[in-house]
Design a protein around this ligand. Structure first.
Ligand SMILES: [Zn+2]
Length: 170
């Protein structure tokens, strides 16, 4: 484990468990909606279905719950980090963000648990925190497919947390 990894080590501990504390212990019996991201709970899973959302939100008896993806996002419980750096990123931010947003939409449509928690800059590196390891990997792979560059994955012990590094100089 590297030295600069105080934070990393802490996360490694947290993620040694194989249990996801956000897995729903008590699932609603019928349908439910998440007012934050407009996901719909049906057939025992959360999905994106805008039409159904609009219908269900008019019904008083349909419970409004914060879905597990939103809970993670609200509590900033990241399971994936994507680090983007290099001169190419600096000069193509607009196009690259468009690509990332499209990929994010696709991932969310497959499973609304995949959410971007926040995007921040750390010493010239842009860091995108995601609620699932899957989403960080997926965004990293999309960058590589579109723009090549260097792509690297680093897993925590227990494979619960991933750090994805994408870099291209020019
Ligand atoms: Zn939600």
């Amino acid at each position: 484990m590297s030295k600069k990894g105080d934070k990393w080590i802490k996360h490694t501990h947290v993620f040694e468990t194989t249990e996801d504390p956000y897995a729903m212990k008590e699932a609603p019996a019928g349908e439910a909606i998440c007012p934050r991201c407009k996901a719909v709970f049906k057939d025992k899973r959360w999905v994106i279905d805008e039409e159904l959302y609009e219908e269900l939100k008019e019904i008083d008896t349909v419970p409004q719950l914060i879905c597990p993806g939103c809970k993670k996002a609200l509590e900033q419980y990241a399971m994936g980090y994507l680090y983007i750096s290099g001169g190419f990123w600096e000069s193509h931010k607009g196009d690259i963000m468009k690509l990332l947003n499209n990929e994010y939409e696709r991932a969310r449509n497959i499973n609304p648990l995949h959410q971007i928690i926040n995007i921040k800059d750390e010493d010239g590196v842009t860091v995108i925190e995601t609620t699932t390891d899957h989403l960080a990997q997926r965004l990293g792979r999309a960058l590589y497919r579109a723009y090549k560059g260097d792509l690297e994955f680093k897993w925590s012990k227990g494979d619960k947390l991933v750090r994805v590094y994408w870099h291209r100089d020019k």
